[in-house]
Design a protein around this ligand. Structure first.
Ligand code: HEC
Ligand code: HEC
Length: 282
């Protein structure tokens, strides 16, 4: 009898945790995804001395100068001329999951669309619904320059939309969240323009120069010395949400700790549960 009651209580708790997303309005869910886990503003909002320039939110941001391209993160507010106000919802959804714009021109793979194919239909709708509510800001960003052909690089496991029911499983939800957060894009080294996802997943190494000097993505595999295998769950969560390492030292940008700090406890727990499954490697 007692066992049955416990099982029923657990089932209700699980339904509440899994169903949380669905109880929210699409716009609220989109706001949550865009502004915490997916960190769109990290690239799409221009920065001043005090961080994001609020009145320019989503109006176009960072410039990236790499061998194959020179691009500026686009104005993604609904301004019709300088933003994406002229795109239909269907065009925006196609773009988010394929990286191809309505005019047929593919985006530089730096825009992490290869991680967004996994989005559930509900989450994709929610993101689009939220983007539609943004204040239109007039700001023309420089046109992209492409010097070599580019292909969308799809993160292994992100090939198709996730089944929403499967996300009640903590590790699977963690994988889903870590994928749309494109953690492994920064944390996996590249060779000849491709990420080494199958052989070097999570071993780190990318260098990020910036006003902070330079930061180097760390090894976030379960390796006990090179990685975070010997860290407690709480230590890993603190690193993700507050940018503080196991030894108490501070981590540098561009990882968006301040945004991850606003993720729900259940979501950060799920990400840590998935990180525990990343094989030790260095
Ligand atoms: C790592 C940086 C980065 C992140 C994170 C990022 N983007 Fe982008 N995005 C870019 C860059 C850079 C471009 C433009 C690249 C180019 O012109 O080839 C772009 C282009 C776009 C475009 C195309 C707009 C146009 O006019 O062509 C849309 C829409 C867009 N991003 C939406 C988003 C959304 C929504 C999110 C979050 C869910 C997001 N981006 C996250 C860097 C990023
Ligand atoms: C834009 C690139 C970028 C993204 C996206 C990113 N990280 Fe990081 N991360 C870094 C860099 C760079 C460092 C190291 C900073 C330093 O050493 O000062 C780091 C450090 C860490 C650390 C600390 C490890 C240690 O040994 O100190 C953890 C844990 C971590 N990241 C996990 C994640 C997870 C989980 C995600 C996705 C939710 C993520 N990162 C997304 C760039 C990124």
């Amino acid at each position: 009898m007692r066992k049955a009651v416990t099982a029923a209580a657990l089932a209700i708790a699980a339904a509440a945790a899994g169903g949380q997303a669905h109880a929210q309005s699409p716009v609220a869910r989109g706001d949550y995804l865009v502004n915490t886990v997916m960190t769109c503003q990290n690239c799409h909002t221009p920065k001043g001395p005090n961080g994001d320039i609020a009145e320019m939110a989503f109006a176009g941001g960072l410039k990236f100068d790499e061998p194959p391209f020179t691009v500026t993160a686009s104005n993604i507010t609904p301004d019709r001329e300088t933003g994406i106000g002229g795109w239909t919802e269907a065009q925006l959804k196609t773009f988010m999951t394929t990286g191809v714009r309505p005019d047929g021109v593919p985006v530089a793979p730096l825009m992490p669309t290869g991680y967004y194919k996994i989005l559930t239909p509900g989450d994709l709708d929610a993101i689009v619904a939220y983007l539609r509510t943004l204040k239109p800001v007039r700001n023309a960003v420089p046109a992209p320059v492409y010097r070599a052909p580019m292909a969308q690089e799809v993160f292994p496991g992100a090939e198709k939309p996730a089944d929403p029911a499967s996300l009640n499983d903590r590790v699977r939800r963690g994988f889903y969240l870590a994928t749309i957060a494109h953690c492994m894009e920064c944390h996996t080294p590249m060779d000849k323009g491709r990420h080494l996802y199958t052989t070097k997943l999570g071993v780190g190494g990318h260098k990020f120069p910036g006003p902070w000097g330079e930061s180097v993505a760390r090894n976030i595999t379960q390796h006990s010395t090179a990685g975070i295998g010997a860290w407690s769950d709480a230590e890993i969560k603190r690193a993700i949400t507050h940018g503080v390492r196991k030894d108490g030292s501070k981590l540098k940008p561009p990882m968006a700790f301040g945004r991850y700090a606003k993720m729900t406890e259940a979501d950060t727990d799920a990400i840590v549960a998935w990180l525990r499954t990343v094989p030790a490697n260095e």
